[in-house]
Ligand binder design. Sequence first.
Ligand code: G3P
Ligand code: CA
Length: 242
Amino acid sequence: MTTHRSFLDWPQPIPFAHRGGAGEHPENTLASFQSAIDAGCDMVECDVHLTTDGELAVIHDHLLDRTTNGTGLVGAHTLAELRELDAGQGQKIPLLEEVFDLVRDRVGLVIETKQNPVPYPGLEEKLAAVLREHGMVEQVNVISFHHRCIRHLKEVAPEIGLGIIDASRPIDAVGMMRAAGADLFSCYFGTLDPEMAEEIRSAQGAVGVWVVDDQLSLLWARACHPDSVFTNRPAEIGPLLN
Ligand code: G3P
Ligand code: CA
């Protein structure tokens, strides 16, 4: 089992099943995470939102409309309301703790907090609490486009592995990572370059890249030598990373 903390010990990039392997199964569902495990993935990624009753629901968009038969904001619903919905092929929107049960002691889990554009006050404290309560801290890393969320997590739960996500080519990627208290920089493949990857690794950071699903992103990811690669098609892309 792998976590971000061990990325730098691996000789080649580690494939992540992005949203559980969204290209092959309904994204962010237990079926997708199970299939990624069955395909031999070492890591899976999921997205979390906070419900009105303070639970952590696993879904990507802030709106329900694209991936479920519901409508409106995820954050305007209770967990019970969300559980009534079909998230594809009869799958339900998982509670984060259900994903824990599936991946426990099997594969690493990266949790992306979705705080843009709709903020979720209290999400960081809730996430830290469930990670501790379920003994998942060592098996999980948390990432976000919302770097203040990551810095907040660093303050309330410094034992959790943390990463920032970005889709720009910053002047100072290492400074950006350190400002958030993170040790992973995960970027859009088209904004990564070998120089930036080297700068991050030289500062003892890990480099992630997303989403690597086609020939161009695969070629470029290989040229930049990241530590981890997020893909919607782990069974197909994983073997091509070596
Ligand atoms: O891990 C990075 C990636 O998941 C960010 O993009 O929109 O698929 O969550 P998105
Ligand atoms: Ca994500």
